[in-house]
Each structure stands twice: as C-alpha cells, then as structure tokens.
Design a protein around this ligand. Structure first.
Ligand code: SAH
Ligand code: SF4
Ligand code: F3S
Length: 442
C-alpha cells in the first residue's frame, strides 16, 4: 500500500467549522490521507475559514502568505481554502494568492476527494456550489475510531434571517435541516465511540424542522427528546439559537428533559429597539427579556450566554446605554461581544458608520460589565456541588479538566478517573475562566 499522505487542517470561526473540519478529514481519509497536527509535514493544507468579521477574513491571507516557503521547499504541496471565506470570495482567492490550488465552499466539501484527484493531475479546483444533494448524504459514514467524551453534531445549516450586519445567509445559504433519523443514527454512532455529551449545531439550531421517521415535521425539542432516549448519552446541548425560534416545546424541555443541560446561548446583539429594528432582528429588547423570564420559569438555574455588537451604524450613546441596561436586567454567565465590522454586500455596510475609537471605548465598557457578571455568577458556584463530565488530563499530575452542567471549565484532582467519567465536584475556587474543586464521595 502507498504511504498515507498527510493532511493538515486549520480551523477558524464557529463550532460548525469544527464539525466540518472533522468531516473533511474523514472524507479525505478515503482519498488516502491521515490528519497531522503541523503544516510543516503536510502534503496538503486546508484552511477552514470564517468570514464573519473583517479581521477573521484577513487572517486567512496572512496565514496563506506564510506557506510560501513550505511550497518552495515542497512543490507538490497542495493548499486549499474551505469554509465561509471560500464561499464569499471564490476564485478571487486564487487571484489574490496564487499559492492556493483549491477553493471549496461549506456545502460542497463532500466533493473534496474528486477535487484532490484533479489537483494531482496538475490543475486547480474550485467548487462553491450550493448543490441539490446534501453533503451529509454523500459523506461516508464516520469511521469507527474512538472519540473524546464531547462532540458536535450539525443538525441544521444556513440562515433565512438576514440580520443587516451578517454574512452567514450568503456564505451558508438558506435554512435546511437534516432528517431526524440521520441525526439519531449519527448520535448513536458517536456514543458507541465513547461520546457522552453531544452539542447539536446549527446557525439557527432552534429553527430546526427536520423530517421525522414517518415524514412528519420534527422540531428541535422533538429531536432532543428522541436523543434523550439513547443509552450512554448523558448530556445534550444546542447552539446557536435565535430568540424568535424559541418554541414553547423547547422552553418546556429545559424544565423536563433530564439530559438537556441548563445552559442557553441566546444572542440579542443590542438592547435598543431602534438599533434592533435597523439590524432587522424582528424582536425587541422587551420581548427578549420576557422570553428569558419564561425560560427561567421552566429552568430557574439556567445559565445564560449571549452575543453583542457595539458600534452598529447609527448607534448613539443612548442606544448603547440601553444595551448595558438589558445586560444588567438579564445577567449573563457567559458572553461574546464584538465591535461592529463592515461586511461587503450586507445592508448595514451602506450606512453611516460609528467612529472607530468611540466603538472601541463602548466595547471596553460593555466587556467590563459582562466580565463582572461572569465573575459574580462563577464566584457564586464556590461551595456548591457540580456534575462534571471529565474530558482530559489537566496540567498538574493527577488533575483532570471537565465541564460542569453549566459549561464552566472545572479543574479537579482525580488520579483514578478517566476521560468520559462523570464526577461530582465540590467547587472550592473560582479563577478567571474556570473553577477548581475536589471530588466528593471519593
Ligand atoms: N446565528 C447566530 C450567530 C452567527 S455569528 C445568531 O444569530 O446568533 C456569531 C456572532 O457574530 C453574532 O451573534 C454577532 O454577534 C457577531 N457578528 C455577526 N456579524 C458581525 C459583524 N458584521 N460585525 C461584528 N460582529 C458580528
Ligand atoms: Fe447572522 Fe442573524 Fe442569521 Fe445569526 S440570525 S446567522 S446573526 S443573519
Ligand atoms: Fe464564521 Fe461561517 Fe461560522 S462566517 S462564524 S465560519 S458560519
């Protein structure tokens, strides 16, 4: 047998790209590639890219430039760009960076093995189609290799919401959901390979409407209830959700479905109705707060996470203050906040932009508040007992790191434990981004 060729994949952007990179590595496995962890030894390099903000997209070009020496030393080396920059810029990438041999979009990467064969014949390959066939149906079953305790599983893709700032509807296409039976099969397969916690992924995962086994329409809640029945699967999470797709059955599941974890990432972006309207978010600050109240009524200990954009075109100090007020009212245990980035082709790109220095200053104030909330909520865990799914060895001997039900990283001394074990941990300290504790009952 020929020696396996080596594939190096670097992943940027959201969890969906993490999932896609795994699937690409598996697809290339059938073309004789094994995955390696450094670009230096690779026969093929794939950058799985993100287009969400300007910085993310530009990073790709600086990274590509660094491969020049590698390619000079090994002329056979193939370099590919996948993901959302590939979708947004297509052939332009090869014009701007001639080192690139292959460009493949997020909906067509099941064709990678054929594209690679084309490269071996000395050509270049470009595929940014939104094909009729679903890549999921074309991708081979995942190999039976053992897996870590936590895994991502994409159930929904694309977005029909068209927020005025966002490229995702253009790079990922229209909303589409995988059939429930396929998701359940893939989940069972992951569990057989050692997975204990599955995070269901979608750009708007709670807009999931997949065909059920009898051809009926399944909501995300219905899918979660079906996954809840899988023996050996202990935890279910989902991300990212949109406030307008938070159905009654999903809210209820947070109170009644034992394996659904008490953590919810529910981006609001802004607390000003004027800005929300201009963002085309089709919800108000008040409707978001009422929604949170209903979810917390179903699950009082829910830990809430969010996304925020500051400096959206025309945002005034009063609009920004409304965002701070909303945060004070909601209280977030975790949050991601960004300075607005102008994205070509989106409606907001045409509008009057907020001064950059002003936006930076607002971002700092916003992050100070969010960090304070995160610290307070984390600090309140000290003295409490949490359920921790141990994932990997920590830095100290005998130490393990895992995730609490609320998604905190937790360090614990557990010399006899193995990844995949569930531990009851008494929290003793709260650090910047993690908790530390001791095993109880051990
Ligand atoms: N589908 C998800 C998130 C998609 S992108 C949702 O609707 O919540 C992740 C986050 O990136 C967004 O929630 C938003 O806060 C941020 N984002 C998207 N476009 C942006 C832009 N042009 N500038 C700054 N942040 C942006
Ligand atoms: Fe982007 Fe809005 Fe769709 Fe989220 S809901 S992916 S922010 S357009
Ligand atoms: Fe980025 Fe595409 Fe995800 S733009 S955030 S990688 S959907």
């Amino acid at each position: 047998m020929a020696e396996p060729k080596k594939l190096y994949i670097k992943t940027y952007g959201c969890q969906m790209n993490v999932y896609d990179s795994e699937r690409m590595a598996e697809a290339m496995g059938s073309a004789g590639y094994t995955e390696v962890s450094s670009a230096d030894e690779a026969d093929m390099i794939l950058l799985n890219t993100c287009h969400i903000r300007e910085k993310a997209a530009e990073k790709v070009y600086s990274e590509l430039g660094r491969f020049r020496d590698l390619k000079d030393a090994k002329p056979d080396l193939k370099i590919g760009v996948a993901g959302c920059v590939a979708q947004a810029e297509g052939a332009e990438i090869m014009r701007r960076q001639p080192l690139v041999d292959l460009v493949v979009g997020p909906q067509s990467y099941h064709r990678l093995p054929q594209m690679e064969a084309k490269l071996r014949q000395g050509g270049t390959a470009l595929d940014t189609d939104f094909p009729e066939e679903s890549k999921f149906e074309k991708l081979k079953r995942r190999p039976k290799a053992p897996r870590g305790p936590a895994a991502f599983l994409t159930v929904q893709e694309g977005c029909d919401k068209f927020c005025a700032f966002c490229v995702v509807p253009y790079t990922r296409g229209a909303e589409a959901s995988r059939p429930a039976a396929r998701v359940i099969d893939e989940a069972k397969d992951l569990v057989e390979r050692g997975v204990r916690e599955i995070t269901l992924l979608g750009q708007n995962v709670n807009a999931y409407h997949g065909a059920g086994p009898k051809g009926d329409d399944w909501s995300l809640a219905r899918l979660i209830w079906a996954l809840n029945d899988i023996d050996g699967l202990e935890r279910i999470r989902f991300t990212t959700s949109h406030p307008n797709d938070m159905g009654e059955d999903l809210i209820e599941a947070h109170g009644t479905c034992a394996k659904l974890m008490p953590y919810l990432h529910l981006p609001v972006q802004s607390g000003s109705d004027r800005i929300l309207k201009r963002m085309n978010r089709s919800h108000t600050a008040d409707s978001y707060i009422r929604l949170i109240e209903r979810i917390r009524a179903a699950r009082p200990d829910l830990l809430l996470s969010g996304d925020f954009i500051v400096g959206f075109p025309e945002e005034t100090e009063a609009d920004f203050q409304a965002t701070l007020d909303l945060i004070e009212e909601v209280r977030y245990g975790q949050a991601y906040s960004f300075k607005y980035s102008t994205r070509p082709g989106t409606p907001a790109a045409e509008r009057v932009q907020v001064d950059g220095a002003e936006a930076t200053e607002r971002l700092q104030r916003l992050q100070a508040l969010l960090t304070r909330q995160q610290r307070e909520i984390q600090q309140a865990m000290v003295g409490r007992d949490l359920d921790v799914l141990l994932e990997r060895a920590g830095r100290q001997p005998g130490q393990m790191v895992g995730k609490s039900q609320y998604l905190h990283a937790v360090h614990v001394t557990a010399p006899d434990a193995a990844p995949g074990d569930m531990a009851r941990v008494r929290v003793q300290e709260s650090g910047a981004n993690s908790l530390g504790g001791v095993l109880i009952g051990a």
